[in-house]
Ligand binder design. Sequence first.
Ligand code: HEC
Ligand code: HEC
Ligand code: HEC
Ligand code: HEC
Ligand code: HEC
Length: 360
Amino acid sequence: MCHDTTGTYKKIPTGCGKEKEDLNLVKIAQSVGPPTRANCGACHWYGGGGDAIKHGDLDSTLKDPPYSHDVHMGGEDFSCQECHVAHKHKISGSSTTSAVSEGSVSCTDCHDEKPHSDEHPLLKKLNDHCNSIACQTCHIPTFAKAKPTLMFWDWSKAGKTMKVSQDDPYCITTHHKKKGLLIKKQNVRPDYAWYNGKHRQYLTGDSVNLDGITYLNSPVGDISDPKAKITPYKLFSGIQPADAKYEYLIIPKLWGGYWKHFDWDRAARDGMKAAGLKYSGKIKFVNTKMYWRINHEVVPKDQALSCTNCHSYDGVMDFEALGYKDDPAIVGCRFTKRTDHKEKVPIKKLKPKFWRSKKN
Ligand code: HEC
Ligand code: HEC
Ligand code: HEC
Ligand code: HEC
Ligand code: HEC
């Protein structure tokens, strides 16, 4: 999988790692080489059931991307391991969802902590922002630029046949009897959250919020945490089965189970037995959200977010949700309050200037 350069080595997706039968293994063995992006991508671009589905910033476009899609893998023709430096087959780079880590990768492994010129006042201002804002936030303004990624999955609609209408090419709704209702989106603006290098993790048997939203892996950090930075995420929403009495998520038996008989009760009973958890017989579908950190698809510098993309009445960032009283350009940074601007109008009440001039 990692070293074949013929592009023919394939595993059986449901075969527990077994390779396909009709392979020319001699030719493959004679053609091994350092991993190409397609080698790593054979697994990482197709997670979650298809191209671009899982991550939002990793899909087969990265096989041969234009510079405008990704400056490193397009422009510089970087391999994955150029950033994910490996030592003795330990591939660095921590993931959003798994606790396993073989070292981390960061933009500042190669770039300066303050990469913008100090000589110009506005570029210097960008450097000041680097204490509180991750590089990715400004340099990956949207994700899933070339292929739609899965954003919403409603399991409660599985088991029946449904018709869905299709009108927006950037927001695609489909329905499958096995999976339920799915919404894929392309060219998506990330959600922003404080992140200090750790994520919480929902574990088997943890309690769920039966009436509200259960966050499965929220980032750790907030405005008062000096280590945390505002970081871009794909925020994935799900509706999935929970046990209404024991108040935890159900692990249904899908393969050879629900996908064969379409009976949630039976799938829950078999799945929970295998997982070693009690099942009350009462199912409630609950809302869950899952975070996926965005690290790839860095765009050319002239497309990075700049001053008024954030500091304006319709900026991309919800400063209040992030813990600021108002736009920090008015009220000051999190650790240095501004007192001279107290009397200014809150940014949300500002009207764009041409409205005023029209009145005149
Ligand atoms: C055969 C499939 C496969 C191939 C090929 C593959 N990976 Fe992975 N990779 C995985 C799986 C599965 C995980 C999740 C492991 C886990 O749950 O800890 C993973 C995890 C990762 C992580 C997250 C690290 C972590 O500790 O969870 C990174 C980064 C990564 N892979 C990079 C790469 C790179 C770079 C290549 C190519 C050199 C590559 N992978 C090739 C299957 C693959
Ligand atoms: C320009 C540098 C760069 C390149 C090139 C790159 N990555 Fe990454 N990748 C990162 C960074 C930074 C992270 C975050 C890692 C961390 O926090 O330790 C990351 C994270 C990941 C993760 C974890 C995703 C998650 O959040 O669960 C995977 C998997 C991954 N990369 C796979 C790949 C694959 C496959 C390729 C090649 C197709 C690739 N990367 C190319 C910089 C890069
Ligand atoms: C607040 C937004 C913001 C943050 C945070 C940010 N950048 Fe930038 N960056 C920009 C903008 C805007 C430009 C384009 C500036 C210009 O027009 O020259 C830029 C330009 C660059 C350039 C090109 C510089 C040049 O002189 O050609 C690099 C490299 C870069 N950034 C890397 C980074 C890295 C690495 C980080 C994190 C340590 C980071 N940036 C954090 C907004 C940001
Ligand atoms: C393995 C080293 C490496 C890593 C890791 C890395 N970069 Fe780069 N980056 C480069 C090189 C090399 C260039 C091209 C030369 C240059 O412009 O400095 C580049 C160019 C850039 C540019 C300039 C693009 C332009 O239009 O001129 C930006 C912006 C940038 N990187 C941002 C990032 C961000 C954000 C991350 C983290 C997600 C990152 N880089 C991770 C090596 C790296
Ligand atoms: C990605 C969104 C984003 C971009 C782009 C951005 N800012 Fe900010 N800005 C912020 C955030 C968030 C803070 C608060 C940082 C903190 O709390 O440390 C801030 C703080 C400020 C402050 C108040 C801090 C102070 O020093 O008084 C000013 C002024 C400011 N930004 C101006 C700018 C200018 C000028 C640019 C363009 C060169 C810019 N910002 C680009 C999000 C952004």
